[in-house]
Design a protein around this ligand. Structure first.
Ligand code: NDP
Length: 285
């Protein structure tokens, strides 16, 4: 039997709708959540992501500010922009769109974001809080992955979860969130030996490596939940994930599509975090 498709479209729309309702209530009280996005340079993919964020803000009634800086911006100049946003009480959430130009040290820029405005959940404080299990801003993509699994009713506690990829923005935080859900978690990376066999034991398989159709049906346990974070261009030039969707959906119990999966959830969770930041800064959460 083919797998149940976990649509990011449906869930993200529901989440944004509930954000919109709360934003309306806040706005009626004179509080308008605001997200500031810093974009440096003209990377077309980054520009597309930023446009998506602005569109989501508009749909949710959140104010969005875009600070578009030239590709040659210096670290000092960029830090100054970050500090100005950090001090601006009308800005509740802020982020710098990654990747930043080569002359910029990403980590120094991220560290300039006050934890309470860290809607990407990338600052060392947010990452540390996630590690020790304290309440914090959760990184949007991993938070979206967990929301999808829960929405689909995938059993998590006690199950074996395998995360492919160990980046700071996806793999590592996804593994910590699965651990928080009481999964038994294995993290695989480019040096992992016996990766195929490890994957084939997973009840929950999260693929975040950036390799088109890397996860094939023989790597998937029958009935497993497969969440595809990857965004790649296939040989045919079409957008595809890290999972060979057509083959794997014949074997998995649940599967998320690309496009229409985790990407939309990432966007929705940014709206959730911006609302949360605004409420916290106004003593409402
Ligand atoms: P990174 O490039 O930062 O990390 C990739 C990870 O995959 C690394 O840990 C790397 O291992 C591992 N890896 C690479 N090749 C292999 C391999 N052959 N076998 C096992 N592990 C491997 O990527 P990101 O985490 O930023 O993103 C991963 C994917 O998710 C990309 O396609 C990206 O576009 C997508 N993405 C999607 C988002 C969404 O909203 N849907 C959001 C963010 C990312 P090592 O550490 O050893 O190098």
């Amino acid at each position: 039997m083919a797998a149940q498709i976990i649509s990011g479209k449906v869930l993200a729309a529901q989440i944004k709708e509930s954000v919109r309702a709360e934003v309306n209530t806040l706005t009626a009280q004179g509080i308008r959540p605001c997200l500031a996005v810093v974009l440096a340079g003209d990377n077309p993919a980054s520009a597309t992501y930023v446009r998506g964020k602005q569109k989501d803000c508009a749909e949710c009634g959140i104010e969005s500010k875009l600070l578009h800086l030239p590709a040659e911006v210096t670290q000092t100049e960029l830090l100054r922009v970050m500090e100005t946003l950090a001090d601006n009480k009308d800005v509740h959430g802020m982020l710098a769109q990654l990747p930043l130009p080569a002359q910029i040290d990403d980590q120094k820029i991220i560290a300039a974001i006050p934890p309470e405005k860290d809607v990407d959940g990338f600052t060392p404080v947010s990452a540390g809080k996630l590690l020790i299990g304290e309440e914090s801003m959760l990184p949007c993509t991993p938070a979206g992955v967990i929301a999808m699994l829960k929405y689909a009713g995938v059993p998590l506690a006690g199950k074996r979860a395998v995360v492919l990829g160990r980046s700071n923005i996806v793999g590592k935080p996804a593994s910590l969130l699965l651990l928080r859900e009481n999964c038994t978690v294995t993290v695989c990376h480019s040096k992992t030996q016996g990766l195929q066999d490890i994957c084939a034991e997973a009840d929950i398989l999260v693929a975040a490596i950036g390799k088109a159709k890397f996860v094939t049906a023989d790597m998937v346990k029958p009935g497993a939940a497969v969440i595809d974070v990857g965004i790649n261009r296939g040989e045919d030039g079409k957008l595809c994930g890290d999972v060979d969707f057509d083959a794997v959906q014949q074997k998995a119990g649940w599967i998320s599509p690309v496009p229409g999966g985790v990407g939309l959830m990432t966007r929705a969770m940014l709206m959730v975090n911006t609302l949360k930041a605004c409420k916290q800064q106004n003593g409402l959460a």
